[in-house]
Design a protein around this ligand. Structure first.
Ligand code: HEM
Length: 150
């Protein structure tokens, strides 16, 4: 990794941490609002998830916190994200679903962070999500080719 890349990750990590602090008190409300928005805008994805979403809320929040707190060294997240992506593939999650989730997540963060959601902060979230989703989809592709080879 070049100096430039690691320092831009460090700058993004600070922006992400600061904006997560702004919404920390309402994190559970934020996650619930995200799923409400997702299921309203994309009702077709609702059946992929279990009827009771409580555990899923905690898992997604945990994944977001892990992404933000490790973002200074995102390569360390790669194996976990690839495995997570392969699981998502087995649940029927497609690339267009990642785009849908991106839009809903950013809109929810914007709602909750208010003025703190500056263009700079938005850029950091877009880059972090693109990294996470891209790595998950790579893991899905590897998982699928391994299944075909088996
Ligand atoms: C960067 C994007 C995403 C992250 C970080 C993420 C995170 C997670 C995590 C941590 C879990 C729990 C995994 C486990 O129980 O082992 C999960 C489960 C799941 N996710 Fe995602 N996810 C993402 C994108 C998506 C997308 C785009 C969809 C499709 C709409 C989706 C649908 C699901 C489903 C259906 C489950 C399983 C629920 C269950 O049956 O328990 N996820 N996700």
């Amino acid at each position: 990794m070049t100096e430039e890349t690691s320092s831009s990750h460090a700058a993004d990590a600070k922006l992400l941490e600061a904006s997560l602090e702004v919404v920390a008190d309402r994190a559970n409300e934020l996650i619930a609002s995200f799923y409400d928005r997702l299921f309203t805008e994309y009702p077709g994805v609702r059946p992929m998830f279990p009827a009771s979403m409580d555990a899923q809320h905690d898992k997604l929040l945990g994944a977001i916190v892990a992404l933000v707190t490790n973002y200074e060294n995102p390569e360390a997240l790669r194996p976990t994200l690839e495995t997570l992506g392969a699981k998502h593939d087995s649940w029927g999650v497609l690339p267009e679903h990642y785009t849908a989730v991106a839009g809903c997540l950013l809109a929810t963060l914007r709602d909750f962070a208010g003025d703190a959601f500056t263009p700079e902060v938005e850029g950091a979230w877009v880059r972090a999500y693109t990294f996470a989703a891209g790595t998950m989809m790579q893991g899905a592709a590897v998982g699928a080719s391994e299944t075909r080879a088996a």
